[in-house]
Design a protein around this ligand. Structure first.
Ligand SMILES: Nc1ncnc2c1ncn2[C@@H]1O[C@H](COP(=O)(O)OP(=O)(O)OP(=O)(O)O)[C@@H](O)[C@H]1O
Ligand SMILES: [Mg+2]
Length: 121
């Protein structure tokens, strides 16, 4: 049901950000799970975190704090997740690392929604 290449691109973008945030070392934890709302994959790093005042800007195109960043990585992740009817969650406590979690709707639910949309069309 998902576009594998796009989901892969999303994970790569998040991993690259985590690696940048941990340039002096750290740990990247990747977890997956399932709940009524859908399936999820989370990436948690032990980097410097994202200051509260930056959080509202990091999804903007061309917003970057890096010398050679394009500032497009997170905008692309957000677009891909939205195209899948999913949700992107962020938990960041300045100085204590960052967690991004991608939620994707369950297959049956998504199928059901598509069928409902088709019936209503
Ligand atoms: N895991 C993270 N830890 C700390 N800061 C982060 C993390 N992920 C994103 N950021 C912050 O969000 C900003 C925007 O991220 P985004 O991926 O959109 O662009 P970028 O990484 O700067 O450039 P690129 O287009 O090469 O990805 C980053 O510059 C960085 O300041
Ligand atoms: Mg990036």
């Amino acid at each position: 049901m998902f576009d594998a290449a796009q989901i892969k691109q999303s994970l790569i973008n998040l991993m690259k950000n985590s690696m940048h945030a941990m340039s002096t070392g750290g740990e990247l934890t990747i977890k997956t799970g399932e709940a009524a709302a859908g399936v999820w994959v989370s990436l948690t790093d032990t980097g410097g975190g994202i200051p509260q005042e930056q959080i509202k800007r990091i999804f903007e195109p061309y917003y970057t704090t890096k010398e050679k960043g394009s500032g497009l990585g997170l905008m692309i992740v957000q677009r891909i997740v939205r195209d899948h009817d999913g949700r992107l969650e962020l938990v960041s406590h300045g100085g204590k690392g960052t967690t991004f979690r991608i939620w994707l709707p369950q297959e049956e639910r998504r199928q059901h929604l598509l069928e409902t949309a088709a019936n209503e069309a």
